[in-house]
Design a protein around this ligand. Structure first.
Ligand code: HAM
Length: 432
């Protein structure tokens, strides 16, 4: 038996329905904030991924899916969306032809060779946004507000935002030097990965899962002591906007993020699971003011975030019905009626009614069984007699009624069904 590749999963119809629902909701919410969709290829040049996410990042050191194509190009399956989106903006010169800032969202598959576990896959889906062409700290807060709005509107409230700033270039250089000096005589006590991080990006030592509780890390210099006045002022604006909007956050000076492109504001949304007492990251992002110029474009202040759809969907409470309620089962008795009903069925589909027929059924019992499994509300039945008189029998399973409807003019059938639908909607709103 063939099996799926380790770290991937199938989306069977019940789950695919949830994904579609959430994807529509995300598009609508991003649009309310003025974002437009961008779609970029899954295949990227390895150079782009290495240069953007950084040689010291876990993604580049151990997680990329790299291969040579038949033309000897070195290709990487995109592990995240930011670099490919920025590449597209630069290659298509969107910054020159559109008003800034560009506000873009994307959704799609990402690939990382990680150890599969709960909420962690090798092929997974991200929703992300990127705002390119503004350095305003108000935008930092608005981007965090968008993620907060998404979670709150989905009734997810048990999260907090961990917030930090890495400062501008000057602050980061000073801080980097301070860390180098501090760690230089303590390397022997650090893990092997941290020894490498010391060379490539000492900030990432602070993020180490192995050494995280060691005295050395606890006593390391703090970024807040190295921030320029501008970086401090900007961070204050971000925090005050979030306070104003009641976004729950905590400043966490240990937060550094695992990708090398970040500058200034960075954040992670942490989900608190009250049952297990455990927490996990559901969304992450930050400002990356140097990435466009690092990728040979103009310097454009930028910020964004992304989250895994799998993690999000696993915590949404789907206690509402995602199946469509307007549903007709066509039941022909005999070949002539079958032929005739095909046209009627196609007409109702164009009018927005989900319409189906069981072509294999040889008895009424078989048709009724299909109607049940399709959760059809309306049964539209025709035999030779009805065909001759130009009518169908319409059985409404919800109200338990049955009537003959003249279909010489198909609009009659549509009007009849619409009346029943409207009555149903009126009853619901009265009930509320
Ligand atoms: P990231 O922290 O690498 O950031 O990933 C963001 C989110 O993607 C994570 O918080 C998690 O929800 C989800 N995720 C990551 N890896 C996996 C996996 N193996 N399986 C399932 N979900 C996963 C970025 O990707 C940045 N591009 C975010 C960003 C956008 N920063 C600025 N703009």
């Amino acid at each position: 038996m063939y099996t799926k590749v380790k770290g991937t999963y199938d989306l069977l119809p019940n789950d695919a329905r949830k994904y579609s629902y959430i994807e529509d909701f995300l598009k609508d919410t991003a649009s309310l904030f003025g974002y437009e969709e961008i779609r970029v290829p899954i295949l990227a040049t390895s150079d782009l991924i290495h240069r953007s996410t950084g040689e010291s990042s876990d993604i580049v050191t151990k997680e990329t899916y790299d291969f040579k194509d038949r033309g000897d190009r070195i290709i990487t399956l995109r592990p995240e969306g930011t670099a490919p989106v920025i590449r597209s903006i630069i290659e298509n010169k969107l910054y020159a032809t559109n008003a800034l800032p560009l506000k873009l969202f994307y959704m799609g598959e990402m690939f990382r060779y990680e150890r599969p576990q709960k909420g962690r896959f090798r092929e997974f889906r991200q929703f992300g946004v990127e705002v390119v062409g503004t350095s305003s700290p108000y935008m930092d807060a608005e981007v965090i507000l968008l993620a907060t709005t998404i979670f709150k509107d989905l009734n997810i409230n048990n999260f907090k935002v961990r917030l930090n700033t890495l400062g501008d270039d000057e602050s980061r250089n000073n801080y980097r030097n301070a860390l180098k000096e501090y760690f230089s005589d303590k390397l022997d006590s650090l893990c092997e990965d941290c020894k490498k991080r010391f060379e490539k990006n000492p900030l990432r030592i602070l993020d180490c899962k192995v050494d995280k509780d060691s005295e050395i890390l606890l006593n390391a210099p703090k970024v807040s002591d190295y921030l320029s006045q501008k970086s401090k002022d900007d961070f204050e604006i971000v925090k005050s906007y979030l306070d104003e909007l009641d976004v729950p956050y905590v400043v966490d000076e240990k937060l550094v993020r695992g990708l090398d492109y970040y500058t200034n504001t960075i954040f992670e949304f942490e989900l608190l699971d009250s049952e297990s007492g455990q927490s996990g990251t559901i969304c992450a992002g930050g400002r990356y003011d140097n990435l466009t110029s690092d990728l040979d474009g103009p310097k454009l202040g930028s910020i964004g975030f992304a989250f895994g759809l799998e993690r999000l969907i696993s915590i949404v409470n789907f206690d509402f019905d995602l199946t469509h309620s307007i549903n007709c089962q066509f039941i022909p008795i005999g070949e002539n009626a079958k032929k005739n009903l095909l046209k009627v069925m196609q007409y109702l589909r164009t009018m927005g009614f989900i319409s189906e027929m069981n072509y294999e059924a040889t008895s009424l019992k078989g048709h009724f069984k299909s109607a049940d499994s399709n959760k059809a509300r309306y049964l539209i039945i025709q035999g030779d007699d009805e065909l001759e008189r130009g009518v169908v029998k319409v059985k409404d399973k919800l109200n338990n009624t049955e009537e003959e409807v003249d279909i010489k003019d198909l609009n009659n059938l549509l009007d009849y069904l619409m009346d029943l639908e409207n009555k149903y909607l009126d009853d619901i709103s009265e009930g509320e």
